[in-house]
Design a protein. Structure first.
Length: 492
């Protein structure tokens, strides 16, 4: 069984989605989703342990040679992502039962869980596959099911948000598949490893640059790279809370992984960053994301939209680490993939608890919620401090590495920009804390009570993780350093 863990990582949630659809009832569907979440997390931990002990794992589907078949390949980079995605799924499971029952019509709940497990299977598949077209298939599985998850929101704008997400996602998928088509025309293969070998022998640079451009734009739309982020705020804001948690903590992170895989492992960092102005492009777009999206977040009246724009800004920090392409910056960017997943998982779960108890979406409605739901409001405050980057939290770790990387290459101005950008985060997190704790309770929260225990436990586990991994960074930074070294070893 251990030999088949790579394929089970994807098959288990796919089978779970089928099983949940068959149940047609909320409780059995939730039980299936919970069981699947436990299993995929255990499988991802097993894969990470194998990689750390024995090196990369290659699993050839059906026994076919990678030249003509599909290979699942697990190394330190994607093992890192598998643990993040499955770990978030594990903590979502207990939170989801009450939240989904409150926000999704009863006759759609089983289908909601089915779509959720399809999205989970798609994201895990993107992370584990070693085949460029197979990655496209899994991207579309996760995207199509995500559109359905967003559309099931009670807000009247949920369907429009899902439609907008669908249109932008389809454009991104089209760009990606065109780029993959160009690669196949040049190399005659879709296997990541073989593509990397054969691209080095392609004589003309023009089709390589064209393929890279199409793929960067396509994946950039999926990961909400500024200014390709227009789908994200509405999708996060109007989706059911459980879907917002899942998408905010995992979807963009998997797209970032695929982005990194193509830049460093397939096209090669030596070509991408030495011969093309990718560092300059990503630096400009990242700084624009950090300040542009952060400034928009300051003026948002809706708390979910506020933290949705915050996600665009935080993606800017990750792409900045990728763009600088040094050991230190890449470590900071990769560790922030996990750290930001923890922060946004905690924040959107806590917001989901506010919605569950008080139907509070905007600042006027949530005024004084700290007096009625102190544990939930405190979770938002602590996760918000981590988002700012207060020392002793995971948010500080990535910013520290990015500042050090900027100084190492002599870009002192960029280090100053990173520090200054945190002031925007202070402002919009401060607005949330002020509304929650320093205002008279609104009519909406007057009768509110603390969130149920099955919601509070996963919220506070993630909040505690944002503190613990901000103090003891051996695991997260240690794995990120190994992953960065592995990616930069592909310099040519």
């Amino acid at each position: 069984m251990l030999d088949h863990l790579p394929v089970l990582q994807v098959v288990v949630p796919l089978f779970g989605a089928f099983l949940a659809a068959l149940t047609r009832r909320p409780l059995p569907a939730w039980i299936v989703a919970t069981g699947v979440s436990v299993l995929v997390f255990a499988i991802s931990i097993g894969l990470l342990q194998q990689v750390l002990a024995s090196g990369p794992i290659s699993y050839e589907i059906g026994g076919w040679d990678p030249e003509i078949g599909i290979e699942y390949r697990v190394d330190i980079v994607n093992a890192f992502i598998l643990v993040l995605v499955s770990g978030i799924a594990l903590f979502i499971a207990p939170f989801a039962r009450a939240s989904v029952a409150a926000e999704v019509p009863e006759d759609r709940i089983a289908w909601f869980y089915s779509m959720y497990m399809l999205a989970l299977a798609g994201l895990l598949g993107v992370a584990i596959t070693g085949d460029a077209f197979n990655a496209f298939v899994f991207l579309e599985i996760s995207s199509l099911s995500s559109y359905a998850l967003v559309a099931m929101g009670k807000h009247r704008r949920a369907q429009m948000a899902a439609y907008q997400y669908l249109v932008i996602g389809t454009i991104g998928a089209s760009f990606y598949v065109i780029g993959v088509g160009l690669i196949y025309a040049m190399t005659g293969t879709l296997n990541f490893g073989l593509i990397a070998e054969r691209l080095a022998n392609v004589e003309s640079i023009a089709p390589i640059v064209a393929a890279l451009s199409f793929i960067m734009v396509g994946i950039g739309l999926k990961l909400a790279l500024f200014p390709l982020h227009v789908w994200l705020p509405n999708a996060y804001a109007y989706a059911p809370s459980m879907a917002s948690v899942f998408l905010a903590a995992t979807a963009t992170k998997v797209a970032i992984y695929l982005f990194v895989r193509f830049l460093f492992s397939i096209f090669g960092a030596g070509f991408v960053f030495a011969d093309l102005p990718v560092t300059e492009i990503l630096t400009v777009l990242s700084v624009a994301a950090v300040f542009g999206a952060g400034a928009v977040a300051v003026f948002q009246p809706d708390i979910k939209r506020l933290f949705a724009y915050s996600s665009v800004a935080q993606v800017g920090y990750i792409t900045l680490g990728i763009g600088l392409a040094t050991q230190t910056s890449l470590t900071g960017g990769l560790v922030h993939v996990v750290n930001h997943g923890l922060i946004k998982g905690a924040l959107f779960m806590a917001i989901g608890a506010l919605v569950f108890r008080a139907q509070a979406f905007n600042f006027e409605e949530m005024a004084g919620i700290g007096r009625k739901m102190p544990l939930t409001a405190a979770a938002i405050a602590v996760a918000g401090l981590s988002l700012i980057g207060i020392p002793g939290t995971v948010g500080f770790v990535a910013k520290w590495y990015l500042i050090v990387a900027s100084v190492e290459i002599g870009w002192w101005w960029l280090a100053a920009v990173i520090v200054a950008s945190s002031l925007l985060t202070v402002i919009y997190v401060g607005r949330v804390v002020e509304a929650a704790w320093f205002r008279t309770p609104s009519r909406e929260v007057a009768e509110a009570t603390e969130a149920p225990v099955d919601m509070l436990i996963p919220i506070w586990i993630l909040v505690a993780a944002t503190i613990y991994f901000g103090i003891d960074t051996q695991l997260t930074v240690g794995v990120a350093e190994q992953a960065a070294a592995s990616l930069l070893a592909g310099l040519r």
